[in-house]
Design a protein around this ligand. Structure first.
Ligand code: LLP
Length: 434
């Protein structure tokens, strides 16, 4: 392989290095399967957003990290130090951020079905903004704020009707989405009027999120334009000026060589130009822009290490390389048919002459990490396999199916390595069983 997808991956003496660390040493020290995160890379990705957003977007614009991509305390400490806001989607994410000492005034609470308990808990933790998804929620938030005698800041989630052309499970911007209030049907205007009439919420602006793993050229520009037009109309019709426009997350990342390598700085620059042109044309003051990236902050900062358990060659049919993890630590092939770059971490120089499927250890044929990849025909039990770009939506989507343990998360930072999340134990697994 000519390059290693991301600048923090290299090879030396046949060993794979990640963030300057020999992955074979990490596997020996911490065992496999193992999630490894490169803290410097996470910080680097955050800084790209922060810098570009303050440089090219209206004054006061800033990024949020979408914790759904990977959620554990160490990440919130990093986000705090990097001056990032966060997007949280559940009481569990709020608890994790809050208990990590994150300043919850910089948290935005998402979700299309917040319970009364979620709403009350979020307010108790001092969550800065609720991104209100629907009218039921709007009234529930207002009721709880009244009970607590506070004025809760909110944004309203709208659906701009933009198709980002990504895979359907993560496509959220269309009119028929389960998320948000469609502009096209008039429901966006309706909920805006409702929000403005309530006493215990303060409407600060609008939100939309069109999808994830988006590579489309002008998807964000189109969404921004529709949202700005809505803001201009709302100003004319109701006299309400939105101070904030949150355009969601979604920039795509490079999993395999043929994926584009998005230049986030440049994307934000283009978006900024478009936003100021549109605002001028519409005669409005450009709102502060929020972006809420998850994947593009953590995906390429993560790697998973596995040990090969068996190699099965079925002559005339196909080859399987089975590893000590699987869909429980990475369900993305099973869910979306996602593709990954994989390599033998202890023997990077080997020729990749064997087509195979990299499969897991679950009792399901769909338990696949990567299909039709090439590894060496001499790969054998005990060899170490690295799967690249697993920092987003792997740990956060892990399960205990087949009572498999969720792997440890190890952070590397310069010369240091430390455990961010301990490996689950069998006692943890059965901990709630009576
Ligand atoms: N904001 C909202 C409202 C979202 O729903 C999402 C992702 C994000 C921000 C962050 O998007 P990102 O920058 O990470 O693309 N499990 C799927 C991805 C689901 C995305 C859900 N929402 C996967 O593994 O591909």
């Amino acid at each position: 392989m000519s390059d290693y997808i991301c600048g923090n991956i290299s090879a030396e003496g046949g060993k794979l290095f990640f963030g300057g660390h020999d992955t074979t040493h990490l596997a020996e020290k911490y065992g496999t399967p193992l999630y490894v995160y490169d803290e410097q890379r996470i910080r680097h990705n955050c800084r790209i957003y922060r810098h570009a957003m303050s440089e090219y977007l209206p004054r006061g614009s800033f990024p949020l990290y979408a914790g759904k991509a990977a959620c554990f305390r160490a990440l919130y400490r990093i986000m705090s130090e990097e001056n990032m806001g966060v997007d949280v989607v559940s009481s569990g994410e709020i608890y994790t951020a809050f208990s990590a000492g994150f300043d919850m005034r910089n948290a935005f609470f998402h979700g299309n079905c917040k319970t009364d308990e979620d709403i009350a808990y979020a307010m108790e933790c001092g969550v800065g903004y609720f991104v209100v998804d629907n009218r039921d929620e709007l009234f529930a938030v207002n009721r709880e704020a009244e009970r607590k005698n506070i004025k809760q800041k909110i944004l309203l989630r709208l659906t701009p009707g933009v198709d980002p052309h990504t895979y359907s499970a993560v496509n959220t911007g269309c009119v028929d989405s389960k998320f948000g209030n469609a502009i096209e049907t008039g429901q966006a205007s309706e909920i805006t009027r409702d929000a403005l009439a309530l006493d215990f919420v303060t409407l600060c602006g609008f939100h939309c999120h069109v999808g994830s793993q988006v590579f489309g050229e002008d998807v964000f520009e189109r969404a921004a334009e529709i949202m700005l037009r809505f803001i201009a109309e709302t100003e004319t019709k109701i006299g309400y000026h939105a101070e904030i426009l949150n355009l969601g997350g979604g920039f795509g990342v490079r999993y395999i060589e043929s994926d584009p390598d998005i230049d986030i700085d440049n994307k934000i620059k283009t978006l900024g130009i478009h936003i100021s042109l549109c605002s001028k044309k519409l005669g409005i003051i450009a709102p502060r822009i929020i972006l809420e990236p998850g994947r593009s902050i953590v995906a390429d900062a993560g790697m998973t290490l596995y040990t090969v358990g068996s190699v099965k060659k079925i002559p005339g049919y196909k080859n399987y390389v089975a590893i000590d993890g699987g869909m429980t630590d990475n369900p993305r092939f099973a869910l979306y048919g996602s593709r990954y770059t994989c390599l033998e971490a202890g023997m990077t120089g080997r020729e990749h002459d064997m087509k195979c499927d990299l499969v897991g250890r679950c009792c399901e044929s769909g338990d696949i990490i990567a299909k039709d990849i090439y590894l060496s025909s001499s790969v054998k039990r005990g060899d170490l396999i690295a799967v690249f770009t697993t920092g987003a939506y792997n740990y956060s989507m892990a399960s205990n199916y087949n009572r498999l343990l969720i792997p440890a998360v190890v952070m590397i930072n310069g010369q240091k390595d430390y455990i961010a999340v301990k490996r689950q134990t069998y006692a943890d697994l059965a901990g709630n069983d009576m």
